[in-house]
Write a protein that binds this ligand. Sequence first.
Ligand code: 5GP
Length: 214
Amino acid sequence: MTTPRTGLILVVSAPSGGGKSSLCQRLLNWSPNLIYSVSCTTRSPRGGEQNGRDYFFLTRSDFEAKITGGEFLEYAEYNGNYYGTPRSFVEEQLTAGKDVLLDVEVQGAGQLMKRIRTGRFAYPNSLVTIFLMPPSRELLETRLRRRGTDSEETICKRLALADCEMARWTEYDYVIVSGKLDDDFAQGKAIVIAEKCRAARLPKETKVWQQNEL
Ligand code: 5GP
């Protein structure tokens, strides 16, 4: 009998406009074992976003009821809206040996790190955190403006938020300085492969070895 492995929680954080969605999509396309955790949010859907695929769009009162019910692994208020990771989905996937990808901002990532450090999570060896760092603030600003979707006020707000977020890179396990998508992806993939081979993550009673599922 092989001993089942529990999966990884792969957290990717980056300031808005930092290329995070593209990197996450590439990782998801690459690894059939990597599952995206769809978050809940109170913000309104943007063009093309679908409920249940991009987010679960909730009212503030529904979101707060879930907070009270302990239904989130982490949650944060960001830019005036709540965002949170449904706990049961992540736990089910980890138990099934799947790796779960979480696209969360720095406060939420910090909560997960703290939860694991203080022994308040059933999968203590699961967390791997990556911060995707823009190569410069100027480039981030250019990218935000190029999107052409936001007002000047929103861009200024996003840049101020980005400054706070970028100051917290030291809390993460890994930093990828974002460049070409292919290079970001190569580094993300290398991190996942190495993390899945870590001895510390294998069950100590392992006698019959199961291959790493990428
Ligand atoms: P957006 O509104 O642009 O989709 O997302 C804004 C920010 O919220 C992004 O930095 C994204 O990573 C973060 N975010 C998305 N889902 C979650 C979540 O479940 N928890 C936390 N803490 N942040 C999230």
